[in-house]
Design a protein around this ligand. Structure first.
Ligand SMILES: *[C@@H]1O[C@H](CO)[C@@H](O)[C@H](O)[C@H]1NC(C)=O
Ligand SMILES: *[C@@H]1O[C@H](CO)[C@@H](O)[C@H](O)[C@H]1NC(C)=O
Ligand SMILES: *[C@@H]1O[C@H](CO)[C@@H](O)[C@H](O)[C@H]1NC(C)=O
Ligand SMILES: *[C@@H]1O[C@H](CO)[C@@H](O)[C@H](O)[C@H]1NC(C)=O
Length: 397
């Protein structure tokens, strides 16, 4: 599944995650820096209180590809927490229908009337190509699960002419051979939600569908056309064999399994949209690409982090004696203005706030752990993991 296509996945929640991935699968992610699974960094942060609460950075890729590499501390934290919070409840049919309707053009409108003729025709051609190729892209495993090309194409792209262009753009991105092959297995966040349900944990969400959906619909017309044009151009080059897509699901999985925070890829993961910044673009188009990137960054990361952080804070304060596990896209914990930053700013650094919430600095648990700092203000520092963690570089987003 393409990292930015997860909005489209709910239409495909037909296959529940029943079995855990096979035990004893290879525990090597082929990481350059950290060959041992035990030395990998987790995407787990803790809030020191009693019982502790946690933040866990998820990713929107098939869980079977990452589960083995998730350190035990993260799995234990999940097991121990009685309440699990997600961005959205992807197991709830009303979430799915709200996501679906948010993607549709106003009633009576059709993409053909909306798009420039050239774009519409190229789009149509490309989708015909995808439909033709799809049976050959699918795996025996998918057939074994009752997943067939016709069904899959209809589920993902069946009503494309009624969709808003920005959603068609995301849809086209997710209709590649690699992504089609990964359909049918729940993505990590959905898997956790299903597990939480199975283990009868109390669950909740910190967002409404509109908060994820409306920002995408807020891109203006010329920006959307630019994005769609670039996406189709990319797919056309891919078809012609002249392009390597720079950030693929495979790369994303590898970086996630390696605990690689600094990877630029993540800036395009939970923002759910591809970057159009491309070195070969002429200057004017580069400006447009940059504007779109900043827009998504602001609307899909910073603003949401702000709301999510405040919501988390309210929950922690309302239920001081509960152990929470907050599972949000990893991107919400990385770069600047993260959910963690919002919490710090909201007073979680100060010891005089709420006695129940003694967390100061939120530590990232690698193989290291948190220990009291020497500042005397009750702040905590994170022990450096056995292998130096990659520095979280200041990302443009
Ligand atoms: C879209 O937004 C960009 C950047 O804010 C702006 O330069 C452009 O004029 C807008 N286009 C339309 C059609 O509103
Ligand atoms: C699509 O992009 C190409 C290359 O940047 C450009 O030449 C063409 O005019 C664009 N088409 C539309 C309809 O914007
Ligand atoms: C960069 O843009 C050019 C022109 O629009 C396009 O042909 C090329 O495929 C793009 N490259 C990538 C990696 O998107
Ligand atoms: C994020 O950090 C970088 C580097 O410190 C800075 O240049 C950028 O303005 C910051 N972004 C925001 C939105 O604060």
């Amino acid at each position: 599944m393409s990292p930015w296509s997860w909005f489209l996945l709910p239409t495909l929640r037909l296959l529940p995650a029943s079995a855990a991935p096979p035990r004893g699968a290879p525990a090597s992610a082929n990481c350059k820096l950290k060959p041992q699974q035990s030395e990998l960094n987790s995407f787990l942060w803790t809030i020191k209180r009693d019982p502790p609460s946690y933040f866990f950075g998820t990713t929107h890729v098939p869980y079977t590809r990452v589960w083995h590499f998730i350190p035990d501390n993260s799995k234990e934290a999940f097991q121990q927490s009685s309440i699990v919070y997600f961005e959205l409840d992807l197991t709830d049919p009303s979430t799915i229908s709200a996501l679906t309707s948010c993607q549709m053009l106003p009633r009576g409108e059709n993409l053909q009337d909306v798009l420039p003729r050239d774009i519409y025709c190229r789009l149509k051609r490309h989708l015909e190509y995808v439909k033709l190729m799809m049976p050959s892209w699918m795996t025996p495993d998918q057939h074994g699960k009752g997943l067939y090309a016709d069904y899959l194409f209809d589920a993902i792209a069946g009503n494309w002419e009624q969709k808003r262009p920005v959603w068609v753009m995301l849809m086209v991105n997710s209709l590649t051979e690699v992504d089609i092959k990964s359909r049918g297995v729940p993505v990590l966040d959905l898997y956790l939600a299903q597990e939480a349900e199975r283990l009868r944990k109390q669950t909740g969400t910190v967002e409404k569908v509109e908060e994820q959906c409306h920002p995408l619909n807020g891109l203006n017309f010329s920006q959307v056309i630019f994005a769609l044009n670039q996406t189709i151009l990319q797919q056309e080059s891919l078809r012609a064999g002249s392009l390597q897509i720079p950030y693929t699901t495979k790369d994303l999985i590898k970086h996630y399994n390696c605990g690689d925070l600094s990877s630029i890829i993540f800036s395009h993961d939970s923002s759910q949209v591809p970057s159009f910044i491309n070195a070969t673009l002429p200057p004017q188009e580069r400006v447009t690409a940059q504007e779109i990137d900043s827009y998504f960054c602001r609307e899909l990361i910073y603003k949401r982090n702000e709301r999510m952080g405040k919501w988390v804070k309210a929950l922690l304060e309302e239920f001081p004696d509960k152990g929470f596990f907050f599972a949000f896209g990893a991107r919400h914990f990385m770069g600047n203005n993260t959910v963690l930053d919002v919490l710090r700013r909201e007073g979680y650094e100060r010891g005089d706030r709420k006695p129940a919430v003694t967390a100061r600095l939120l530590c990232r648990l690698g193989s290291g752990s948190a220990r009291p700092g020497s500042s005397g203000t009750g702040s905590w520092v994170c022990r450096v993991p056995t292998v130096a963690a990659p520095r979280v570089s200041a990302q443009k987003c």
